[in-house]
Write a protein that binds this ligand. Structure first.
Ligand code: SAM
Ligand code: DTB
Ligand code: SF4
Length: 333
């Protein structure tokens, strides 16, 4: 059985990352196959409950108010629209719904009260509910947990060293504090990053070190390929190589063996063969549904055809327990 470690060094992670590609995939696939459910893929569907107009300056993000990206700015969505979207996602095979808001942080106001009602409503559809709302205090995390929130997504995005190049309106430590608050409230932690921001390989390794040295590994780690959006400072970044995606996924799988690794943004640019490589390298989750938050994503039907072809099956909701009783990732799956 693979040992779960929390003391990976940058040197060790770099050595894994730079392993010849086929050996790396073989090693990651071997670890993945120790998990009896390796052919199951967890499907999350995203919904943007509050779009655009964000005060932050994240260089990759189409929803930052300061960039002209043509995104349709929307106030918070009514609860019945969220429920309709959740039902559609469930019918498409999704076991998790992730509600995203273009906020720097949550404020204790009527919009947050509405999110709490949405969490309760989606939970009652027997779906795992996730939110990504920006920074949270301890009491806000607890309120979400009490409403039945299953998971919270809060990405580190890049390394601590590279953070200021990408975002100047908040610090890495603030990001880590929110992760602590989420953990303390016993909500499942989802935290990963983006590649293709112009970061170095050392930055990727540093981010993976931070994630794998947390007191507990995140239950999910999304690996996003930058979706370059016109109007953002990173609009002209070249498309990230699929081999970099494979290396990142395989390294994540090896150093966090029990974690769900999500092949996240960037799939519209990838062929089925390229995605199959990512699943082989240990990815066991995707975002499904025509849209991510504001950019396109493959449709449920396209993904189901891919699952049939590759012999993958969607994972059922609540496999690791109900909200507040999520099994720790150290427990063998
Ligand atoms: N505002 C909240 C926050 O920043 O945590 C939640 C929503 S924010 C859009 C969620 C995540 O989406 C970001 O942390 C980033 O990882 C990802 N993201 C945003 N724009 C992206 C892009 N163009 N390409 C890839 N990932 C992106
Ligand atoms: C994550 O890691 N990726 C998702 C989700 N968590 C919130 C978001 C991707 C967004 C891609 C750009 C867009 O659609 O706006
Ligand atoms: Fe705002 Fe989140 Fe986009 Fe940053 S990533 S600009 S915090 S919506």
């Amino acid at each position: 059985m693979t040992e779960v470690r929390y003391n990976w060094t940058k040197e060790e992670i770099a050595e894994i990352y730079h392993t010849p590609l086929l050996d790396l995939v073989y090693q990651a696939a071997t670890i993945h196959r120790e998990n009896k459910d390796y052919s199951e893929v967890q499907i999350s569907s995203l919904i943007s409950i509050k779009t655009g107009g964000c005060s932050e300056d994240c260089a990759y993000c189409p929803q930052a108010a300061r960039y002209n990206t043509g995104v349709n700015v929307h106030a918070i969505m009514p609860k019945d629209e969220v429920i309709a979207a959740a039902e559609k996602a469930k019918a498409g095979g999704a076991s998790r719904l992730c509600m995203g808001a273009a906020w720097r942080e949550v404020r204790d106001n009527r919009d947050f009260d509405k999110v709490i009602e949405m969490v309760k409503a989606v939970n009652s559809l027997d779906m795992e509910v996730c939110c990504t709302l920006g920074m949270l205090t301890e009491s806000q995390a607890q309120r979400l947990a009490d409403a039945g929130l299953y998971a919270y997504n809060h990405n580190l995005d890049t390394s601590e060293e590279d953070y200021k190049r990408i975002i100047t309106t908040r610090t890495y430590d603030e990001r880590l504090d929110t992760l602590k608050h989420v953990r303390k409230a016993k909500i499942s932690v989802c935290s990963g990053g983006i590649i293709g921001l112009g970061e170095t390989v050392a930055d990727r390794i540093s981010m993976l070190k931070t994630l794998s040295n947390l007191p507990k590994h995140p239950e999910s780690v999304p690996i996003n390929a930058l979706v370059p959006v016109a109007g953002t400072p990173l609009a002209d970044q070249p498309r990230v190589s699929v081999w970099d995606m494979v290396r990142m996924i395989a390294t994540t799988r090896i150093i966090m063996p029990k974690t769900v690794v999500r092949l996240s943004a960037g799939r519209t640019e990838m062929s089925v063969v390229e995605q199959a490589f990512c699943f082989m390298a240990g990815a066991n989750s995707i975002f499904a549904g025509e849209k991510l938050l504001t950019t396109p994503n493959p449709s449920f039907d396209t993904d189901m055809a891919m699952f049939d072809l590759l012999g993958l099956s969607p994972r059922k909701a609540f496999k690791n327990g109900r909200p507040n009783e999520v099994k720790e990732v150290e427990v063998a799956g």
